[in-house]
Write a protein of this length. Structure first.
Length: 446
């Protein structure tokens, strides 16, 4: 723990990954693991972990990088935090993100700009950019993130680390500040595949506080790490190497396919024909759910309240106008519009139907294949400021990660090499609840 705080002190001045440090409590709890009944030999005992700032931590500020929650100190821990602590992990701090997890570059944070660990003029990706940069810069070995449309995998790709998003329902969302409740998943950012499996094993499983979690027998998601990929059938969708995908990125993914073939797997081209509709479908569904989830931030119950207001109406209007950033307001307006009477059938309902078609694309491919592979992102990390004024271009950066959330599937991003000195992510997508096969292939590739 002491070494971790030294590493953070040495590196975070430049990278700016952390919003809050938990030094006193972390040091105390590291010293008292015996009294807490933690077995010193347990795999995760005493290992420091950083937490994305939309996961609530008791007595430790949790802001979701929003002015709305700038002073919010939760009175309880998220289920994932309780489980990490039971496994002996030490929470060392909270990491920067796009406000309420809305964004792909961490530039939508109301707090600060985080830098890509490889090139400080580039974005770290988002929305879990702080978690990815902290791991890549060597500040911590493990961080938690959340992934609604790519927010773990895309920053993992941009920083050359391992990002893992589990099946929807695998990990409790209790204590995750909700964005799109039918899409949100908590997962890991780590330096290697095995560490990810260890941490995922600690946080998975049913939770009475989240009725979408699925009860299953105890499992080791890393059980197949070390097994050969001989005979594995991997699908490479042609839509994932199409136009918009940078030539350098494409070359690295084709090289990865050859590497799998050399290890005895079959890699074949398939089609996921509804991929082109994923981005608009996602933005309607995610924004609709967000507009509902964010209603609770009204300036009354908790969170930011505007000063010198004269009426109850203006408490709501001014607190929300001043407390939320531009991207969050854009999503609330889009979501409220899509759900409103007269537009519901044309937008929300239509998006829900297209979502089913996107899920069926995957179901068809998984009848014959064990995994789907492709790039995590169409390009490597872009420059700070390059896309911030152009939301549509920013949204298109998520085209390869969003279909996975719409279908509720598990997926990882692992480093596949570099283009002009910047990391390229290889995405591996699995069948629902078949995280073990993703880890098997990712470890073989690593
Ligand atoms: N970049 C996407 C968005 O802005 C995904 C974010 C996420 O996964 N939380 O909605």
């Amino acid at each position: 723990t002491a070494d971790t705080f030294k590493a953070i002190a040495a590196k975070d001045g430049e990278v700016q990954a952390f919003l809050a440090l938990n030094q006193e409590a972390a040091t105390a709890s590291a010293a008292n693991q015996d009294d807490q009944g933690i077995d010193a030999d347990a795999t995760l005992a005493g290992i420091p972990v950083a937490i994305k700032d939309n996961i609530v931590t008791k007595d430790l500020t949790t802001t979701a990088a929003s002015k709305m929650l700038a002073n919010f100190v939760p009175i309880y821990d998220a289920t994932v935090i309780e489980r990490l602590q039971q496994a002996g992990m030490i929470v060392v701090g909270k990491t920067n993100m796009d406000e309420f997890a809305m964004g792909s570059s961490t530039e939508n944070s109301a707090m600060k700009i985080t830098k890509n660990a490889w090139d400080h003029t580039k974005v770290p990706g988002g929305s879990s950019g702080g978690s990815a940069a902290a791991v890549a810069a060597g500040e911590v070995l493990v961080a938690l993130g959340s992934d609604t449309g790519g927010s773990i995998r895309q920053p993992a790709a941009f920083n050359g680390v391992v990002g893992f998003k589990p099946t929807y329902g695998r990990v409790s969302r209790w204590g995750l500040i909700a964005f799109g409740s039918s899409l949100d998943a908590i997962g890991t950012l780590t330096r290697n595949v095995r560490d990810s499996a260890h941490v995922m094993n600690a946080i998975i499983g049913a939770d009475e506080h989240d009725t979408t979690t699925v009860p299953r027998p105890q499992e080791d998601l890393g059980a197949k790490i070390g097994q050969s990929v001989q005979g594995m059938k991997i699908a490479l969708p042609k839509e994932y190497l199409g136009k918009g995908v940078d030539a350098g990125v494409r070359a690295q993914i084709e090289a990865a396919a050859d590497q799998f073939r050399a290890m005895g797997a079959t890699v074949e081209t398939v089609s996921l024909p509804h991929t082109q509709y994923a981005v608009p479908t996602y933005y309607i569904i995610a924004s609709s759910e967000a507009s509902s989830n964010l209603q609770r931030f009204d300036g009354i119950r908790y969170g930011f309240r505007a000063k010198d207001v004269q009426s109850l109406d203006s408490v709501y209007v001014r607190s929300r106008s001043e407390g939320f950033g531009d991207e969050v307001k854009r999503r609330i307006m889009l979501g409220t519009f899509s759900l409103s009477a007269g537009f519901y059938d044309a937008y929300f309902k239509k998006a829900a139907q297209v979502r089913t078609l996107i899920s069926r694309d995957f179901e068809n491919v998984f009848k014959e294949y064990d995994l789907v592979m492709g790039p995590t992102t169409p390009t490597t990390a872009f420059g700070i400021g390059a896309k911030v004024t152009d939301p549509l271009t920013m949204y298109m950066n998520d085209i390869l990660t969003i279909p996975v959330n719409l279908a509720g599937l598990p997926a990882a991003s692992v480093n596949a090499g570099f283009v002009d000195g910047m990391p390229v992510g290889l995405q591996l997508i699995g069948k629902a609840f078949d995280e073990a096969t993703i880890y098997q292939a990712a470890a073989a590739f690593e």
